[in-house]
Write a new protein. Structure first.
Length: 390
């Protein structure tokens, strides 16, 4: 059966997609490909997998792509795929940050839906430009803040919206890691090298890499509007050009308060994303390294443990749960949930429609909020840690 036949929009077939970046030696490209494959909603058919043509060719061949659809650069890929009858419907952009905006723009102009890794760009100005262009061209623009795909994060969001916590007063989110505790970027370590380079990463180091994840998670669950923030960005490793630790205080429009800590120099922490939300009636607590349990603490009552896959987790969690409780689901499944939700939107868009209201995934507005967060935090820190209006 042809690729076109397997992805025929009239039959609701799989979404034809390609990838920019994510070739040999890249971690996140493989994660995106696994996530896209998990629910069988996509077929991977094209790629410009490296900035080096030779490496792009090797990477594409290793992944079994048709040699005619292994491209030396994203500009060529966007133009040639646009002209194909069986061209890609969506592109995953998994390059270093500085290439997100130019690659996204090329595919938007070609009328191809965009699935972009975070942060969406390196500047707020570029993010706003991409939103305007995507709206003009009528394409979907998704941002892979994958932690919003975890079932119990969906449950927590619904509990907050339902008023189970009462009026939200406090949001605490932290994301500590330890992999940049020493200057491994000077050893040639690929992931550290570009993440600590302002030319490729942007104005933020740890704040852009993991701080945006923490901020997005707090926004997704808490649902509150930020009015002001105060930030201190610190670079602890000598010679490093970007921050490797960030501490932020948040003021919300409803009077609530928040605190965010993100660090990549905290020994003993592998990927310690944790969210706590406290309201006038109850509190919630969730950890990424133990994601199948959500702790709900009504004031004056014993803490209740909600498990993924149980009826107590609710419908929002249930619709993105694959297996029964006691069989752990985690990072890849949460990532796959984002891809599956995006696929539902793409399939609906084939015939000019939209998915049901239950379909949820981060979009360009979330990417813009992340960039506004980075720029406000950098501004606050450079001024000595002062309150900055949102």
């Amino acid at each position: 059966m042809s690729i076109e036949g397997r992805s025929d929009s009239k039959t609701g077939g799989r979404v034809r997609y390609g990838m920019v970046g994510g070739g040999e030696g890249a971690f996140i490209g493989a994660v995106h490909r696994l996530a896209a494959r998990m629910d069988d909603d996509y077929v991977f058919v094209a790629g410009a997998l490296s900035s080096t043509p030779e490496k792009a060719l090797r990477s594409g061949e290793a992944l079994g792509l048709d040699p005619a659809r292994i491209y030396p650069d994203f500009q060529t890929m966007a133009q040639k795929e646009k002209r194909r009858k069986d061209g890609i419907e969506a592109v995953s952009i998994v390059t270093p940050n500085h290439m997100h905006a130019p690659a996204a723009e090329a595919f938007i102009r070609a009328g191809i839906h965009v699935i972009c890794d975070k942060p969406v760009t390196t500047t707020l100005k570029d993010a706003l430009k991409l939103k305007k262009l995507a709206e003009e061209k009528g394409v979907i623009f998704a941002v892979t803040h994958n932690y919003t795909g975890y079932p119990l994060i969906r449950a927590a969001r619904e509990m907050v919206k339902a008023g189970d916590l009462g009026e939200i007063r406090l949001i605490q989110v932290e994301y500590p890691q330890d992999w940049l505790t020493t200057n491994i970027e000077q050893t040639g370590q690929k992931q550290a090298d570009w993440r600590t380079d302002p030319k490729r990463s942007g104005a933020g180091g740890s704040i852009g890499d993991i701080g945006t994840h923490a901020f997005n998670l707090a926004q997704f669950v808490g649902g509150l509007e930020v009015s002001q923030l105060l930030a201190e960005l610190t670079t602890f490793v000598p010679g490093r050009a970007l921050d490797d630790n960030v501490q932020v205080l948040l003021r919300y429009a409803n009077g609530a308060r928040g605190a965010l800590w993100a660090s990549q120099v905290a020994p003993g922490n592998e990927n310690g994303l944790m969210l706590r939300v406290y309201g006038s009636k109850a509190g919630l607590s969730w950890r990424q390294d133990n994601p199948n349990y959500l702790y709900f603490s009504p004031h004056g009552e014993p803490t209740r443990i909600l498990t993924r896959g149980s009826g107590a987790a609710g419908e929002a969690a249930g619709r993105v749960t694959r297996i029964p409780p006691g069989h752990p689901e985690g990072y890849l499944e949460g990532f796959a949930n984002i891809y599956t939700e995006i696929a539902r939107a793409i399939k609906a868009a084939r015939n000019g429609g939209k998915p049901g209201p239950e379909v949820t995934f981060p979009g360009i507005d979330d990417g813009i909020a992340g960039m506004a967060f980075i720029e406000a935090a950098v501004k606050s820190s450079k001024k000595g840690g002062v309150w900055v209006n949102w």
